[in-house]
Design a protein around this ligand. Structure first.
Ligand SMILES: [Zn+2]
Length: 65
């Protein structure tokens, strides 16, 4: 889970790291989408608001080297 402010940014369609509004969508798994910021390449597992998740949901995807 990420912070409320970061989640709000994503729900507004903005990258919480750089403010970009362009995302590349990756594979979808169940309710959530993997999205990657087109500018800074931050990656998130993101679910917009829906009946099952009225507040939305997002989680930062960290790539372990
Ligand atoms: Zn970004």
């Amino acid at each position: 889970m990420i912070g409320d402010q970061d989640l709000t940014s994503l729900l507004d369609g903005e990258c919480p790291d750089c403010g970009s509004t362009r995302f590349v969508r990756g594979p979808q798994g169940g309710l959530t989408d993997n999205i990657e910021c087109a500018r800074c390449h931050s990656r998130f597992n993101f679910c917009p608001r829906c009946p099952m998740l009225p507040d939305g949901f997002a989680e930062r995807i960290t790539t372990v080297p």
